[in-house]
Write a protein that binds this ligand. Sequence first.
Ligand SMILES: Nc1nc2c(ncn2[C@@H]2O[C@H](COP(=O)(O)OP(=O)(O)OP(=O)(O)O)[C@@H](O)[C@H]2O)c(=O)[nH]1
Ligand SMILES: [Mg+2]
Length: 342
Amino acid sequence: NTNKNIWLLMGLQGAGKTTTAGKLAYKYKSQGRRPLLVAADTQRPAAREQLKILGKQIKVPVLAVEDNESPATTLARIEAYIKEDFRDLILVDTAGRLQIDDSLMTELDDLSQALNPSEKILVIDSMTGQQSLPVVNSFDGRIGVSGLILTKLDGDARGGAALSARHVTGKPIYFAGMSEKIDGLEPFHPKRIAGRILGMGDVLTLIEKAKELEEDDEQEELKNIADFSLQDMLTQMRRIKRMGGFMDVMKLIPGANKMLPTGAEVDEGEIARIEAIISSMTDLERRKPRLLNASRRKRIAQGSGTKIQDVNRLMKNYEQMKKMLKGMNKRRPNRGKRKKRR
Ligand SMILES: Nc1nc2c(ncn2[C@@H]2O[C@H](COP(=O)(O)OP(=O)(O)OP(=O)(O)O)[C@@H](O)[C@H]2O)c(=O)[nH]1
Ligand SMILES: [Mg+2]
């Protein structure tokens, strides 16, 4: 039965399999294909009902299994169906698993063996981020996974980035779910996702982490974020460095690894460069960065053994950081009033 184009959708409970099955059917139907949805949850009639409703909405037929139907029967029914009503894409929605559960895995494996799907797609809720790595491995070990679909990327891009690198999971990512709506399925662009999370916001995450670790370090606490100066930036950068190396901290950010050039030295170098640049400024310049005109920047570059572009880039980062800190402060008025733990 290798001539049938069967895509098996599997994944943990609530990952978005059913929604994604509907989205795929909708997408390919609009491209002129003839999809058939198969509701293969042999235990929960409600799960099958959910897919039937989706199918009705998008006018794609749904073949629902019976309670405890055997995989061989399901295959026979699919074959009988497409003989009557030709279908060139068969999307099989399966039962969710709360976690990797042996009996359900066996069931899924039996179904997969019987249907011999051309694609075995693991649907992953991107909110679970790196924690889904063992899930990918179990499904792959047991059933085989040909590719991933990440859902709920509209909620958390970090999770997506955690899984975005092919070398992390060894699997291609076919699509990304970007909303609950039927048309909320898009091609996955790892660079875009990683770019979204690797803005200055992540430096802020690092700063927050550093702050948490050093809550008692009060003198250095940012008194007033509106007054965030280059000196403060340097202080924060040094904290990050003290936390055990920039690279180690960067590793905390899912997906950050692959954005960085190979070799940790490069990034330690970046901090060293920032330190050198800020150290070459006068006190006044650090407090009033507006003073930094072209000739001062040139002097600073020379003094720090860097290029004027490095100084410019630092200033741009600083401005961004300041802007974000201000925004953050507005959104969370209680920031900084956290009780001290000892
Ligand atoms: N925001 C958002 N919500 C999504 C996305 N994909 C799925 N959801 C929501 O996630 C919830 C679970 O989706 P389902 O498709 O029912 O998940 P499932 O994997 O079939 O769940 P089980 O069959 O119970 O294992 C629903 O509320 C969906 O609307 C997405 O890309 N973005
Ligand atoms: Mg479902």
